[in-house]
Design a protein around this ligand. Structure first.
Ligand code: ADP
Length: 381
């Protein structure tokens, strides 16, 4: 594409300037000639060139000064400066030219082919640099849009689940009233219908509560404090006491690390994982659950293993998505527990996964960074 890129050719020596101008015009560039520094600066201001070919020796000011002015003026700072000087110039001069902001440096006599090739190479580099910075800007914009829509979505989930509570409370209250006041008049199947309504309302209540919890995990910043997991587990087990007794479950744990995180959110993670390990027990097999840990190079890895029903390999990923369940109503649940765990752990800069053999048991793992610092996203998203 001839003539698209503009070069200011600065040299006080007329024959040399002429040769370079011809060479560059033939190579397809638009060339403007300047015989001294001030002429060069005014042409640069006028034409906004892509490159300045700058002789170091000029009558009014030297090329190093011209270069410094070009690079310190915001409008021309990104113009490429290629300095050219006589062979007698020493290395300190060359480094002074580069220090003044020049992008490259050639010494006379310059081979015509080398000059054109150098100019082209510098322009290629600049083009790639511009493309990269354009891509970077687009990426930043996309990222901003993404976090905005993510926030909108979270606020929507919060508002929706919050607003659904009220009408549901009305349904539940009137069903209870109806059961109390009119139950004697109902036939067997009418009583059954009423039971279905009450069950449905209860399940919806659990769903809304969990959805609310899920969206709140995303809204609340995770505070970062030292959490001794050995002190945290007894509190978790106390919360699960009833369920453990009912199932005859045994929960054991090794010495565990002190991690950095939000205590309340970590309680929620353990409660969901151990609660599931109790809930998804094999029929006739008492749940035996063990919590252990290992120290990796960058992470603490915590493992919750059970001897329950296990999970088919096809479902190991999907169970962490919201509302994904592998069971019907025969086992209570909303399918939100593991999604909450994933949100919490990812907000702590960690990750969560499961290994399992169907029919034998599951090992849920989560990794938390040992050096939880600046790179931890304080908000779950
Ligand atoms: P919920 O338990 O409310 O269904 P979760 O998000 O906690 O929701 O779990 C999603 C699904 O993953 C469960 O429905 C169950 O099928 C499976 N699951 C979770 N934990 C276990 C486990 N320890 N053993 C076997 N299956 C499990």
């Amino acid at each position: 594409m001839a003539g698209l890129e503009t070069i200011i050719n600065v040299d006080d020596h007329e024959p040399a300037r002429y040769v370079k101008a011809r060479l560059l015009s033939r190579a397809g560039f638009t060339v403007y000639d300047a015989a001294n520094g001030s002429e060069a600066l005014s042409l640069i201001g006028q034409h906004n060139p892509d490159l300045v070919l700058l002789d170091v020796h000029l009558p009014d000011m030297n090329g190093i000064e011209v270069c410094r002015r070009v690079k310190s003026t915001p409008a021309s700072a990104s113009v490429i400066v290629l300095q050219i000087s006589a062979s007698a110039i020493s290395a300190p001069h060359a480094s002074a030219a580069l220090d003044s902001g020049a992008d490259a440096y050639l010494t006379e006599p310059v081979d015509p082919q080398v000059l054109v090739a150098t100019v082209k190479a510098l322009l290629r580099l600049r083009k790639a640099e511009r493309e990269l910075s354009g891509a970077n800007d687009r990426l930043k914009l996309l990222n901003k849009e993404l976090s905005r829509s993510n926030e909108d979505l979270q606020q929507f989930a919060f508002a929706a689940s919050h607003d659904l509570q009220e009408p549901l409370r009305t349904v539940t209250s009137f069903v209870t009233l109806l059961e109390r006041s009119a139950a004697a008049k109902f036939t067997g199947s009418e009583k059954e219908y009423l039971q279905y309504i009450a069950d449905g309302a209860r399940r919806m209540r659990a769903l809304i509560d969990d959805l609310l919890r899920y969206s709140q995990v995303g809204q609340r910043p995770a505070s970062l404090e030292s959490v001794d997991l050995n002190a945290l587990l007894p509190a978790v087990l106390a919360n699960l006491h009833e369920g453990m007794l009912e199932a005859g479950a045994e929960v054991t744990y090794d010495r565990l690390p002190t991690v950095t995180g939000d205590e309340a959110q970590l309680v929620q993670v353990f409660q969901n994982l151990i609660g599931n390990a109790i809930k998804y027990a094999r029929p006739g097999v008492k749940p035996a659950i063990h919590v252990s840990s290992s120290t990796e190079e960058r992470d603490w890895v915590i493992r919750v293993s059970d001897n329950g029903i296990g999970i088919e390999s096809d479902y190991l990923q999907v169970i962490f998505a919201p509302f994904k369940r592998l069971h019907g109503h025969e086992i209570s649940g909303t399918g939100i527990g593991l999604a909450i765990c994933r949100r919490v752990i990812e907000a702590h800069g960690g990750r969560i996964w499961v290994e399992s053999i169907a029919g034998q048991g599951s090992d849920f793992y989560f990794a938390l960074p040992r050096d939880a610092g600046a790179d931890v996203d304080l908000r779950a998203n």
